[in-house]
Write a protein that binds this ligand. Structure first.
Ligand code: CTP
Length: 407
């Protein structure tokens, strides 16, 4: 393998249980004929030794300890000058915060601030730290500043908690390095995409609402995959416990009517994917004050009238002007999946329907894995089961094929 022949990577190894994976990354880079210079932060040195990093890179590791010899040569500035790419793995919440805030108080942060090369970060941290508003804010700043990201992955963490925050696998970081240094043409570059995701909340009174079990995982994964494929991507999401996908313009809404308004206000797009589990009904009599047991409902539980919500997918599918070239709906069914989804595709006027079985025993609604059928005018295909991220990638590959020439 000589993919990285002549390429030089400056690797900054932050502190974290996953720092050992950085050693495997060095091995992969060198195997591909790339060279590596490493900086080990003080915290990083608690997890891997300078000796092992030096042995694997074949070059003296730089540490955060003040080194007169290096500083005399302006080591921190030179380090990035000689590199084609700066990779931070693991990128701790602290390193992200430092770069987002422009801090330069140790070798790693000084080098990052002085860098004149693209920066790729592979974050790793506890799930609560990843979801903390400060980290979410810093991620947004860094993306806007042009830093690229790989991961974090989701799964059980060293701290025993579960969720996003795991360092991406070395192979995945290696793939992102190749992508950063030798970008392949993106299949949806120049295309615009809109995605709806999550449930909607339909208020009954100031404290109660109707909702459903949608987590937004599938819609968010599709938005992320569209953005990764180069599409300018807009996401309109109901209330979810997920971070905004990187590189996507996100509008947060509560109700079906808000979602329709945000979709209608969005730019003209080439493809629209309606993955949201929009509430079918709302009450027309939303109470201004909390409904009390002894109040209006004195004679027993309140009777709540329902009216139908606008069908966003049907509205967009029937647009005569500015209809997206490809409109894709999702059909959540619990029986006769394919026949119901075929009928739904026709009724709503969309081009494709992605059908899935949301019976509780499938664990699909809210879960990480899914099994879908793609229904087009011509046929119904059953796809193999996979993670929602895998299904999103497959759907986006099909979208790219369908948009063909324009993308
Ligand atoms: N949808 C929508 N607006 C609504 C209801 C649904 O945009 N008010 C979209 C969903 O985002 C999805 C598709 O329509 O892409 C199908 O949603 P689904 O809940 O499966 O179908 P319903 O229209 O609710 O039909 P039913 O409840 O009869 O299955």
């Amino acid at each position: 393998m000589t993919q990285l022949s002549g390429k030089h990577i400056l690797l900054i190894i932050g502190g974290g249980i996953a720092a050992y994976k950085a050693l495997e990354l060095v091995r992969l880079i060198r195997k591909a004929d790339g060279s590596v210079d490493a900086i080990l932060t003080r915290a990083g040195a608690e997890f891997v030794t300078p000796m092992s990093v030096t042995a694997l890179t074949g070059a003296q590791v730089r540490t955060d300890l003040f080194d007169l010899g290096e500083e005399a040569e302006m080591g921190h500035i030179e380090a990035s000058r000689a590199a084609d790419l700066v990779v931070v793995a693991p990128a701790t919440a602290d390193l992200m915060a430092k770069l987002a805030g422009g801090l330069a108080n140790d070798l790693a942060s000084t080098t990052l601030l002085a860098a004149d090369k693209p920066v790729l970060m592979a974050p790793a941290m506890n799930v609560a730290m990843w979801h903390h508003p400060a980290t979410v804010r810093n991620l947004g700043i860094l993306i806007a500043d042009g830093v690229s990201f790989v991961g974090p992955g989701e799964g059980e963490m060293a701290c025993g908690e579960f969720g996003p925050g795991r360092l991406a696998e070395p192979e995945e970081i290696f793939g992102a390095i190749i992508e950063a240094l030798l970008p392949t043409p993106k299949p949806l570059a120049g295309a615009r995409a809109l995605v709806t995701s999550g449930p909607t909340h339909e208020p009954i009174d100031p404290v109660r609402y109707f909702a459903n079990r949608s987590s937004g995982k599938q819609g968010h994964a599709i938005a992320a995959a569209l953005a990764a494929a180069g599409a300018e991507t807009y996401l309109v999401t109901g209330p979810v416990a997920l971070a905004d996908p990187p590189g996507v313009a996100v509008t947060h809404v509560q109700t079906a009517r808000d979602m329709l308004a945000a979709v209608s206000a969005s730019a003209k797009v080439d493809v629209a994917v309606f993955a949201a589990a929009v509430a079918d009904w709302r009450t027309p009599d939303e109470a201004d004050q909390k409904i009390k047991k002894g109040g209006k409902a004195k004679a027993g539980p309140p009777k709540i009238d329902l009216v139908e919500n606008p069908d966003i997918l049907a509205v967009v599918s029937s647009l005569s002007e500015d209809r997206p070239g490809l409109v894709i709906g999702f059909a959540a069914e619990t029986e006769n999946i394919i026949s119901h989804a075929k009928a739904k595709r026709k009724r709503k006027g969309c081009d494709w329907m992605v059908a899935n079985d949301v019976s509780p025993e499938t664990g699909i609604m809210g879960g990480d894995r899914t099994r879908v059928h793609l229904i087009t005018e011509a046929q119904a295909e059953t796809w193999p089961e996979g993670t929602k991220t895998e299904i999103a990638a497959r759907l986006v590959a099909r979208i790219a094929l369908a948009l063909g020439g324009e993308s």
